[in-house]
Design a protein around this ligand. Structure first.
Ligand code: ATP
Length: 315
């Protein structure tokens, strides 16, 4: 098993009597895109602030890139780029000037600065806008400039707090594609917080669902679906030319196949719920049994079903 690049153990934060974060245990591995998903007030920002050493936990620890974030916040800051939910720039300065200014604050040597700024602007797709004052930037462009700001110091981990807030759908897609490219091409570890499940779903390798300071579950979508729906996570819907008689030997035999959990017949359609993806096996089997298949549809549980289910059980 790989060593985690971020390791949270029993991490807890109190605001008065309120537990904003409640005994959080979480490992995040190098190169993965991890989504912290949860409604407003779930404790995502507070968790991020503790990982950065910007607020002190009441208990537990946050180990980030080998450093304890509470005891060594400066070392953590060197390794981790953080983009808060609203990024501010000097409006009258151009994108390139803003980045140069930030680069100097981060101690990037003057000889490397201009090259590094140009390179970073290229990565986030702002080269042709680099000389425009940021006052003229759309929210989507500002967000990409925010990402450039974070990437400038060549971090090992980037933490993005609600990065897609207020961006139009095309901008969101562009931004998330960029994140995925960065992670895959440069091995960058990305932690992204959001209450937009569709955004998280598009880009994250694993997701942690937060509610009221607690991590209710973490894993890839398949694992979450399996945890939530018991063993049954996949439905293959097969439509036949002829209506299916019920009960009949065909449905009984399919029901007994290894991995099939349930079978529902509605005239021409058979919905087969399985513990794994059995679509090719089922199609092969039904054809062999002489069925004339007109359509096959795979219905996997999406994050939306999972999210709904967690909130239903949390409330
Ligand atoms: N400085 C603070 N003082 C008191 N309570 C706070 C403070 N910061 C956060 N809280 C409370 O802690 C809880 C968790 O807040 P947090 O901002 O971490 O949630 P979040 O999941 O990031 O939500 P959002 O998306 O709204 O930022 C909330 O109930 C919030 O009101």
């Amino acid at each position: 098993m790989k060593d985690p690049i971020i390791q949270l153990k029993g991490l807890t934060k109190l605001y008065g009597a309120q537990k904003a974060v409640d005994h959080l245990d979480l490992d995040i591995y190098k190169g993965e895109i991890f989504g912290l998903l949860g409604p407003n007030g779930a404790g995502k920002t507070t968790t991020i602030l503790m990982m950065l050493g910007l607020t002190e936990p009441a208990g537990g620890s946050a180990l980030v890139c080998g450093y304890n974030a509470t005891r060594n916040p400066l070392e953590v800051k060197r390794k981790v780029g953080y983009m808060p939910d609203s990024v501010g720039f000097y409006d009258h300065m151009s994108a390139a000037e803003n980045l140069q200014y930030i680069g100097r604050l981060n101690g990037i040597p003057e000889a490397q600065l201009k090259g590094r700024v140009a390179e970073t602007l290229e990565i986030v797709g702002l080269t042709s806008d680099s000389h425009k004052p940021t006052a003229a930037f759309s929210r989507g462009m500002k967000q990409r400039l925010g990402l450039a700001d974070v990437l400038l110091k060549q971090p090992e981990v980037i933490i993005l707090d609600e990065p897609t807030l207020g961006i139009d759908p095309a901008g969101v897609k562009e931004f998330l594609t960029l994140i995925k490219q960065l992670s895959r091409q440069q091995g960058l570890t990305v932690l992204l917080s959001s209450h937009h499940l569709h955004h998280v779903q598009q880009v994250c390798d694993r997701v942690g669902i937060f509610v009221e300071g607690k991590l209710l579950a973490a894993g890839n979508l398949e694992k979450l679906a399996a945890q939530l729906f018991g063993k049954a996570g996949y439905i293959t819907a097969v439509t036949l030319e002829e209506p299916v008689a019920k009960p009949e030997p065909l449905t009984d035999i399919v029901k007994n196949l290894d991995g099939v959990e349930q079978i529902d017949v509605h005239e021409h359609e058979i919905d087969i719920t399985c513990s794994r993806d059995m679509t090719p096996d089922l199609v092969r089997y039904l054809v062999k049994e002489g069925c004339n298949i007109t359509r096959v549809n795979q219905k996997n549980y999406g994050l939306e079903d999972i999210y709904q289910k967690y909130f239903e059980s949390a409330n």
